[in-house]
Design a binder for this molecule. Structure first.
Ligand SMILES: [Zn+2]
Length: 79
């Protein structure tokens, strides 16, 4: 009988153990890690979407041909 490290917490468990004695998660961690991976991807998308929309708005503002800051510069030149 050999020992295998838990993929979730790293504690050594007996070979063939399905549930880790230390953390209670499956030692292979396949099902839970897959769920956590999808949750992490969903969270990243939720955080990235507002950032991307703000970035797109900023780019559209930069592409505008007439920024409103021209008028004070003109008045300074005519001084
Ligand atoms: Zn564990």
């Amino acid at each position: 009988m050999s020992l295998e490290p838990c993929n979730v917490c790293g504690v050594l468990n007996a070979e063939g153990t399905e549930i880790c004695l230390s953390c209670g998660y499956p030692t292979t961690g396949n099902k839970r890690s897959a769920i956590f991976r999808w949750v992490a991807i969903a969270l990243i998308i939720c955080f990235a979407l507002p950032f991307l929309s703000g970035l797109i708005n900023w780019i559209l503002l930069q592409l505008k041909p007439d920024p409103p800051s021209n008028q004070p510069k003109v008045s300074l030149i005519q001084k």
